[in-house]
Write a protein that binds this ligand. Structure first.
Ligand SMILES: C[S@@+](CC[C@H](N)C(=O)[O-])C[C@H]1O[C@@H](n2cnc3c(N)ncnc32)[C@H](O)[C@@H]1O
Length: 265
């Protein structure tokens, strides 16, 4: 790991910003392309790109929903990104009227760039207006993150796609390393859900994989049965407010399973 931790991060349900420093300790030291078939807002990728980019020869981010975010960051100049973030409101935090307009025009560059900042927990336009910016910070801080992220994407040998994850795995070679952070089994958040994903089929594909991989999921019997014990576990507290869940229900065990190309570690 190099020096100070100045990696960027973007709000997203199920995002792994906090865990990513731990996760990357289990990633291979000398691999080919670093691949994320379920990139989300790239919160593990930003960490890898900041701290251990030299361990990989290239990078591939894929996500059926969030690919336009990365395309825009990578394909725009710093001046364009600045325009998208500041819009007509400048450094003032955008009000609810602006939020409603962007929500109705969600494919515009400003909406794509600002979705993570303006929506509750970065959960997308359906999640509601994050009104004060207290949790996400200032417009100035967000602009700084966007410019840094754009620079990272432009500096690296990068590919960004919006394929189904299975098409990505089909193209991975023996030297590549794949980190998978899928929608967790039986979970649903507003921005995406696990119902369209067949976890059994994904696990079967991984069991026959020639490339090295690591998979994040909660501790679930089906995963234990198929993949054996995880190589790492972290007990986490879910941030659920005003709910009737018991303290036990609010705890989840985040796990990492991994395969180094020859055997389960
Ligand atoms: C748990 S999130 C990833 C979060 C990410 N690691 C982060 O830290 O920001 C899972 C992502 O998988 C994507 N996804 C769901 N089904 C997919 C599929 N079949 N193929 C590709 N991406 C998919 C969702 O759009 C979502 O962004």
């Amino acid at each position: 790991m190099t020096g100070v931790d100045r990696r960027v991060g973007f709000g997203y349900p199920g995002g792994k910003y906090k865990l990513s420093l731990e996760l990357m300790r289990y990633f291979p030291k000398n691999a080919g392309v670093y691949v994320e078939p379920f990139a989300g807002r790239g919160n593990v990728f930003w960490c890898v790109a900041h701290h251990i980019r030299h361990q990989f020869t290239g990078f591939w981010l894929n996500d059926i929903k969030t690919a336009p975010f990365f395309w825009l960051l990578k394909g725009s100049t710093p001046a364009e990104l600045k325009d998208y973030v500041l819009g007509d409101t400048g450094y003032e935090y955008p009000g609810e009227e602006e939020y409603q307009w962007l929500s109705a025009h969600r494919n515009t560059p400003r909406a794509v760039v600002m979705e993570s900042f303006l929506t509750f927990s970065g959960g997308g336009w359906g999640a509601g207006y994050c009104c004060c910016g207290k949790s996400t910070g200032t417009v100035e801080g967000y602009l700084d993150k966007v410019l840094t992220a754009g620079r990272v994407l432009r500096d690296l040998d990068m590919r960004v796609t919006a394929l189904d994850y299975s098409q990505v795995l089909e193209q991975c070679g023996p030297r590549d390393f794949v980190y998978l952070d899928p929608p967790y089994m039986n979970t649903s958040v507003r921005s995406y859900s696990s119902t369209q994903l067949c976890h059994r089929s994904m696990v079967n594909t991984l069991l026959g994989a020639k490339y090295a991989w690591a998979l994040s999921e909660y501790l679930k019997p089906r995963y234990l049965m198929s993949l054996g014990p995880p190589i790492a576990k972290w007990s986490q507290r879910l941030s659920v407010t005003g709910s009737e869940m018991s303290a036990v229900d609010r705890r989840r065990v985040e796990c990492l399973w991994a395969y180094d190309g020859e055997r389960m570690r």
